[in-house]
Design a protein around this ligand. Structure first.
Ligand SMILES: O=C(O)C(=O)C[C@]1(C(=O)O)C=C[C@@H](O)C=C1
Length: 116
């Protein structure tokens, strides 16, 4: 497991003060929890977008909605700035996810079209 691996790596880091070792372990435990939360959040988001993909396929709507994406990116950049996160990173991250969603939408539309 990633958490155990992180703990092992800290445990085997030579020449590190005990207090630094403890701090590293504590931070890594939080990172592991946050990574787990991110996976769960992404899984929920993809459940929603799968449903959107089916809806779009059935109603023959285009997989991408560029106007919606522009609004989402503007909103996310604002949220990132408020949260002291690099807005360029937030935009790249959203685009990465949306690219995958559009790929899934296209696959769902193709399956729908192949149906007799
Ligand atoms: O809202 C939509 O229409 C979606 O298909 C979802 C989504 C997204 O992942 O947020 C994906 C593709 C679109 O271009 C815009 C947004």
């Amino acid at each position: 497991m990633a958490g155990e691996q992180g703990a092992d790596q800290a445990a085997h880091t030579p020449d590190v003060e005990e207090s630094a070792r403890q701090e590293l372990l504590r931070l890594r435990a939080s990172i592991d929890n946050l990574d787990a939360a991110l996976v769960h959040l992404l899984a929920e988001r993809f459940k929603c977008t799968q449903a959107v993909g089916r809806l779009k396929a059935v109603h023959e709507l285009p997989p991408a909605d560029p106007a919606r994406e522009i609004a989402q990116i503007a909103r996310l950049r604002r949220l990132a700035e408020d949260a002291h996160l690099d807005p360029a990173f937030a935009e790249k991250f959203l685009n990465f996810i949306i690219d995958e969603v559009i790929r899934n939408h296209k696959a769902i539309a193709q399956e729908q079209q192949a149906r007799p």
